[in-house]
Write a protein that binds this ligand. Structure first.
Ligand code: ADP
Length: 359
């Protein structure tokens, strides 16, 4: 006979941290209903779209707590949306909950592919996402997503970003200059443009703003760190030793401007031959995981060389792959969850203070 009751259930989970704020689920008003019937607990919980990618993991954690408190019981969890608008952050008053920079030590390692796919995967899980291409020296986000056109200026003199499928706002220098037109950036101009992209664009209310950083140099990272608090940076590298040395540079660059490192992604780790199914480690494998450990930063996952990704990127159809190709999107699902899990761990260690957002 199980000791399951609504009180036992509430007690078991009330202090479990809401993944977004790190504060107890009960104190945040997210336990909506608990119905107990013959050894089964049916819970209705509120979850913000920011946490949606790790809803399954939250269910698993809550289920184990309930079963530990009332052995032998079964648990059914249903989520309902728990709207919570973002506060305005930084001196530019951006309405976003988590701003994530995606960087690398050098070009061509798949940084833009990872940045765009992370944005697309977060969106697929239901989060509200914006994507800013700050790789001003070689903006490739418009190409990867098949976007073109010029952002309009609204009556309020704000920039109306180009939207993918009407719901993912994207800003890129690629929308403002011709593809073959070289842009020479002087420091103050770069600083001004990045601030304008961030602050003058109508992003709407965002759970995540993903920023594709230029490789290597620290100028843009410095500008960003002055403009607003970043949740952290994701570093993309390949397993080769040289690329890893570059990745170390990227880590120290972000650390210098006090942007926390969310973790490392190893791209091009292994190639599965479509003809014979055999996996070849063209650039070696596992180097980033080892380096991440040495540098004391989380390893967020690996991404194999995938011809589908390359052709989709060339054709501007990366969004289609993330939307519907199970095999190609699987590594991104894992990376996306690892990022959101990392944010949740940080929130649990340092819960946000309750503050009412300015609407
Ligand atoms: P970066 O932003 O680091 O310069 P990109 O994301 O633009 O790199 O990627 C460079 C090229 O490599 C693109 O053609 C892209 O489609 C391809 N690419 C990136 N990652 C992969 C991968 N895992 N498998 C196959 N092609 C990839």
């Amino acid at each position: 006979m199980s000791n399951l009751s609504p009180e036992t259930v509430r007690k078991a989970i009330s202090d479990h941290p809401d993944p977004e704020t790190g504060r107890g689920l009960d104190s945040m008003g997210q336990i909506k209903e608990i119905v107990v019937d013959q050894g089964n607990a049916a819970l209705t919980l509120g979850l913000t779209s920011h946490s949606a990618p790790i809803a399954d993991e939250l269910s698993d954690a809550l289920e184990s707590k309930i079963v530990a408190a009332a052995p032998g019981s079964t648990v059914t969890i249903t989520y309902v949306d728990h709207p919570r608008p973002p506060a305005r952050i930084g001196q530019i008053a951006l309405k976003a909950k988590s701003v994530i920079a995606v960087g690398s030590g050098k070009g061509g390692v798949g940084k833009s592919t990872v940045a765009a796919s992370l944005a697309l995967t977060l969106r697929r899980y239901g989060a509200k996402v914006g994507l800013m291409d700050a790789d001003v020296y070689g903006p490739s986000i418009p190409q990867l997503l098949g976007l073109s056109g010029r952002p309009a200026i609204t009556a309020q003199k704000r920039i109306d970003p180009i939207k993918l499928d009407n719901d993912l706002p994207v800003m890129s220098m690629g929308f403002l200059v011709e593809p073959d037109q070289a842009v020479i950036w002087r420091g103050p101009m770069l600083h001004g443009s990045i601030n304008q992209f961030l602050g003058d664009t109508d992003w709407g209310d965002l759970d995540y703003l993903i920023i594709d950083m230029p490789p290597g140099t620290g100028d843009v990272a410095l500008t960003l760190s002055q403009a607003l608090p970043l949740a952290g940076a994701v570093i993309v590298c390949t397993p080769q030793e040289v690329a890893l040395l570059d990745a170390i540079k990227a880590v120290s660059m972000f650390r210098k401007v006090e942007i926390p490192i969310l973790g490392m992604v190893e791209n091009m780790s292994g190639f599965q031959c479509p003809d014979c199914g055999k996996t070849y480690d063209i650039f070696g494998k596992g180097g980033a995981r080892q380096k991440a450990e040495e540098l004391n930063v989380p390893f967020l996952g690996g991404l194999p060389i995938d011809i589908t990704l390359r052709t989709a990127g060339d054709e501007g159809k990366l969004a289609d792959v993330i939307q519907s190709n199970d095999a190609s999107r699987a590594p991104f699902d894992a990376i996306c969850k690892a990022v959101v899990r990392e944010l949740a761990t940080r929130a649990a260690n340092q819960p946000t203070k309750v503050s009412l957002p300015t609407l």
